[in-house]
Design a protein around this ligand. Structure first.
Ligand code: TRP
Length: 449
């Protein structure tokens, strides 16, 4: 069985090492495993919650798309798309919003943190809180549930959101599934060793702390950032404590076990911090230089990136569109046509036994009639030069093609794809004509078996 892996990355910033080690790299590796079916996307609707600077949103989407591809993501193997190219996502968000308990969302960490901050500052608890922030977990649940993801690789701060997606999905299944589960229940996956990388100052590497090491900017920028990593004040020659050094933690996130053991030994033996920073730079540059070059090539051809992402959206929507159709159906947003059919067994039978009969006219042309169950003629087609075209049109009608009935005096004509293809008989009065049109519609409505 394949495991569907899905994750999104919010497009508000420029990817840094922490994003790479914590999310992007493990996701790309996972996508290369046999049996993996991966969905990776730019969470650009989520970005709008945090950022109202259009330039920054646009720039970040481009940079993040290029980062994933340069990092080795193969868009032919995975489904790689922008959230905002999938209109089914906001639609599913609404269906889920209607089953998500407000109390559940009140408990979301991100929202609670804002409220706590406001309360502390003596403000209204909801000051500056948008509905976007409040509903953030529902949008995320839609991302995940839309594609029935089993595994969702995320940072620790997102575990709660994946759990909420489970909750909301379960509730929807329970309310509308009628014994069948629409949604698979997702699980968060955390890369234990490198779940969150420390930044320059030892706190979690994050744009909001301004302590990041850029991923694909120049080697010089990377070197500059590394030189700003905070260490203790032990002099060269003094033994360092690797387990209390975030420089070591950073190194470990990119090294093999052997490299790591060697670096640890050197630190214990008194390697100077300057040297240690140089080692870290070499390690990172060795792993990232080639990818960095690829990244810059990609960024310089944005229309190629656009094509890749649109192709990804098409692939994603092949799943999303029919699935959403089922969900709409489940909650009661159904076509009236199917609803009438389902409740009217008699009409259904009548419709079922209406039949197309083809024949050759005196002049050698081909035609067909549509006869109701009782043999009454509902339609007579126009003449076709050959049997094949006549057959194609009757087939299209049988399969429920969008037929357009136009009243003409006391008769009517049937149009298909902008062309008149058949006409009904003439009637004595308008009532008789309307009744015949009604039977015709029933005969042509797609059959729900
Ligand atoms: N909220 C996630 C973050 O900030 C990004 C995200 C959006 C996501 N939708 C998702 C992650 C769905 C996993 C699955 O990191």
């Amino acid at each position: 069985m394949t495991t569907r892996i899905l994750t999104g990355i919010t497009t508000t910033g420029t990817p840094h090492l922490g994003n790479y080690a914590g999310a992007i790299r493990p996701a790309i590796l996972a996508s290369q495993q046999p049996g993996a079916d991966s969905f990776y996307f730019l969470a650009d609707y989520h970005a709008l919650i945090k950022c109202d600077d259009p330039q920054r949103i646009q720039r970040s989407r481009l940079e993040i798309a290029a980062t994933w591809l340069a990092g080795g993501l193969d868009p032919d193997k995975v489904t790689f798309y922008r959230q905002s190219d999938i209109p089914e996502i906001p639609e599913l968000t609404w269906l889920l919003t209607c089953v998500a308990a407000k109390g559940l969302l009140n408990r979301a960490h991100a929202y609670k943190a804002s409220v706590d901050k406001n309360v502390e500052a003596g403000e209204d608890p909801d000051a500056g809180v948008t509905m976007g922030l409040f509903s953030y977990p529902v949008l995320m649940a839609a991302d995940i549930l839309m594609f029935n993801a089993h595994k969702v690789p995320v940072g620790r701060d997102q575990i709660q959101h994946v759990e909420m997606a489970r909750d909301i999905g379960q509730r929807f299944n329970h309310l509308f599934g009628q014994g069948k589960d629409f949604f698979a229940l997702p699980e968060a996956v955390i890369e234990e060793s490198v779940a969150t990388l420390p930044g320059l100052d030892g706190r979690k590497m994050s744009k909001s702390y301004d302590n990041t090491i850029p991923l694909f900017t120049s080697a010089k920028d990377m070197k500059d950032a590394i030189s700003r990593i905070v260490t203790d004040s032990k002099a060269p020659g003094e033994a360092k404590d690797p387990d209390n050094s975030h420089l070591f933690t950073l190194f470990q996130a990119f090294s093999t076990q052997a490299q790591c053991a060697e670096f640890r030994a050197e630190l214990v033996q008194g390697l100077g911090w300057g040297e240690a920073k140089q080692r870290l730079f070499q390690l990172l540059d060795g792993q990232l230089a080639e990818k960095r070059e690829h990244y810059h090539q990609l960024i310089s051809r944005p229309s190629d990136l656009e094509d890749i992402l649109l192709a990804g959206a098409t692939k994603a929507r092949k799943i999303a569109t029919p699935f959403l159709e089922q969900l709409r159906e489940a909650v009661g947003l159904r076509s009236f046509r199917t609803a009438v059919q389902a409740t009217s067994e008699v009409k259904k039978k009548a419709a079922k036994s209406a039949r197309f009969v083809s024949f050759r006219d005196e002049d050698g042309s081909f035609r067909f009639r549509l006869l109701a169950a009782d043999g009454e003629q509902l339609l007579l087609s126009r003449s076709f030069a050959d049997g094949k075209s006549a057959g194609a049109v009757s087939k299209q009608l049988q399969q429920g093609g969008e037929a357009d009935v136009r009243v003409e005096g006391l008769g009517f004509a049937l149009w298909l794809d902008g062309e008149q293809v058949a006409e009904g008989p003439q009637f004595d009065n308008a009532e008789a004509r309307e009744a015949a049109i009604q039977s015709l519609r029933e005969a042509l409505a797609p059959q729900a078996d």
